[in-house]
Write a protein that binds this ligand. Structure first.
Ligand code: GTQ
Length: 347
């Protein structure tokens, strides 16, 4: 039953003025705004950020703004639903394209929000996270959990670009966002944990109670694309599912790496329409390889390699790859699960 509720204009003006003076507001004119019926009413609008359109602007930023004057040279992908300058792509997900030029360093800091990066182009750059040097290769996913020191450097010859994903919008809402600055970290002289302790799925380093420290909260910070790609391709061949999807998880717990944001690698076979259920999460898709189109709430969006696109909560999504496509989907299922809220609906 949908009951028409009284409007603000139905109240006498003097009473409305008294409400304002007293610092209170009537709920009922706003009831359907704060609690819309049956499903949320997202302000987020789906959008494709074509890499070809953003790349020249990023390179220009490289000429206009030295890294010392930027700290992080990033163009943020702004949700058109929130207007010009929006520092987020969806309600919970911030994404930006960051440029580092050969020889540059981005200074060390840590912050309350967590970050992850997908390497988009170039080689020779690295991130140091709590002293561990994480080499960046195209398609790699590198995590910088909240509170961990990180700085970026570049020993290569060509510009390096990566996509940052942060749970910044969640921290704004909490009024919890801040950063602490420091000096470049000393780097441990050894390959990262993806090359030493966690080389194969299902295997974790054995530990003794006395001799070894317990597993760290964030044991694995770099997920090389070479390994993810091979796993996706095998799964696509052998699983019999229309879409092969692999979640990036903490190898010690099997849970999402970050507390809020989830990351899922997907393989879309060419020529097949893939229709996931409606989900309560918002998503940002980054195309590592391949081409296709995604219809989101009835509007078709074409995409190609290195493009990034977004979908709001409960979106009706149909993917159709024209060439085998491998994507990384960034979403907020871990946060929603923690809130006891995550939902899926059949379509
Ligand atoms: O590289 O540390 O896109 O601190 C936004 C904030 C990247 C980073 C962003 C950051 C970083």
């Amino acid at each position: 039953m949908t009951q028409e509720l009284a409007r603000l204009e139905d109240l006498p003006e003097d009473y409305r003025a008294d409400l304002v003076s007293a610092g209170v507001a009537p709920l009922w004119p706003m009831m359907r705004n704060v609690l819309p019926h049956n499903a949320p009413a997202p302000v987020t609008r789906p959008h494709v950020w074509a890499y070809d359109a953003v790349r020249p602007l990023l390179m220009r930023a490289g000429e206009l703004t030295p890294v010392e004057k930027a700290e992080r040279r990033v163009l943020v992908l702004s949700d058109p639903g929130r207007g010009v300058g929006a520092m987020q792509a969806t309600a919970s997900i911030y994404v930006g394209l960051q440029l580092l030029l050969p020889g540059e360093t981005a200074p060390a800091h840590y912050h309350t929000p967590s970050a992850a990066r997908v390497i988009v182009e170039g080689e020779g750059a690295y991130t140091v996270v709590n002293g561990e040097k994480l080499v960046m290769e195209e398609g790699d996913l590198i995590f910088t959990p909240g509170g961990m020191w990180h700085d970026h450097g570049h020993e290569g010859q060509e510009p390096v670009v990566w996509l940052d994903a942060l749970d910044l919008p969640v921290f704004y809402v909490l009024e919890g966002s801040y950063a602490v600055e420091g000096t470049l970290q000393a780097q441990k002289n050894r390959p990262d944990a993806s090359q030493v302790e966690y080389l194969a799925a299902g295997l974790a380093p054995a530990r003794t109670r006395d001799g070894d420290a317990p597993a760290p909260r964030y044991p694995l910070m770099r997920y090389p694309w070479k390994q993810v790609r091979a796993a996706l391709d095998h799964m696509a061949i052998h699983s019999g599912r229309e879409i092969a999807e692999l979640d990036y998880v903490n190898p010690e717990t099997g849970r999402s790496v970050l507390p809020t944001l989830g990351f899922t690698a997907m393989l879309l076979p060419a020529g097949e329409a893939v229709r996931p259920p409606l989900r309560s999460i918002s998503s940002v898709f980054h195309v590592v390889e391949g081409r296709g189109a995604t219809t989101i709430n009835g509007v078709r969006h074409e995409w190609g390699p290195k493009d990034t696109f977004s979908a709001p909560v409960f979106a009706e999504i149909t993917h159709e790859a024209t060439e085998t496509a491998r994507l990384i989907r960034i979403h907020d299922a871990p946060l929603q699960e923690k809130l006891g809220y995550y939902e899926e609906r059949a379509r």
